[in-house]
Design a binder for this molecule. Structure first.
Ligand code: SAM
Length: 188
């Protein structure tokens, strides 16, 4: 077992940790089982805000339960809507945005993120990021929708003006079975 470079999701968290301070406002674009929401709630502290999106009612409810248990509901807004509607709900600068694409583990594998709506959300998210704000995008090319999403997102992401942001792709190149990859965007 490796110690430092195991999983795209862990690398995402490391970079998010650098960019987020107490009292910040951040976005979890794919709430799912709420693990990233909880992680972000810890980072922003009791005076911060985490705004979370998921299209599945079940994901929002499960995450609410998780946050209630930890007494963290006061620092979160959970929105049962697609992240492509980000700008309808958020009109302030944010210091971090996390995307963990694909389907909900333990849920319906047919409900997955889709490159068209993901692209809309990424574009809106880049606008909302403050200077030196970080966006992480974990992509799962192990299923067909995810493969298409990887291709389409990378086509767009490599066209982002380097004066606007740095865009980094981190990909395990010696692992079998299409492991998840991470794209990180830092706004300049
Ligand atoms: N971050 C989560 C966690 O820590 O447990 C895992 C997220 S899971 C891999 C992907 C989630 O994205 C699913 O719960 C799915 O319902 C959600 N999703 C799919 N399309 C979406 C959309 N347009 N907007 C927001 N969430 C979406």
């Amino acid at each position: 077992q490796a110690k430092y470079i195991n999983k795209a999701t862990d690398l995402a968290k490391e970079l998010i940790t650098k960019a987020v301070s107490k009292k910040d406002i951040v976005v979890d674009a794919t709430v799912g089982n709420g693990n990233d929401t909880l992680f972000l709630c810890d980072l922003v502290g009791e005076k911060g805000k985490v705004i979370g999106f998921d299209i599945q009612d079940m994901a929002i409810k499960k995450t609410e339960e998780k946050l209630k248990d930890k007494n963290m509901m006061a620092r979160v807004f959970l929105i049962n809507s697609g992240h492509e509607n980000l700008k309808n709900y958020v009109d302030t600068e944010v210091s971090a945005i996390m995307f963990n694409l694909g389907y909900l583990p333990g849920g319906n594998h047919d409900i997955t993120t889709n490159y068209e709506t993901t692209l809309q959300a990424i574009k809106q998210g880049i606008d909302l990021l403050k200077k030196n704000g970080i966006m992480t995008i974990v992509i799962y090319p192990g299923h067909s929708e995810g493969r298409e999403e990887k291709k389409r997102l990378l086509e767009y992401l490599c066209t982002i003006d380097q004066k606007q942001a740095n865009v980094l792709k981190m990909e395990f190149i010696n692992q079998i079975n299409n492991p998840p990859l991470l794209v990180v965007i830092e706004k300049k």
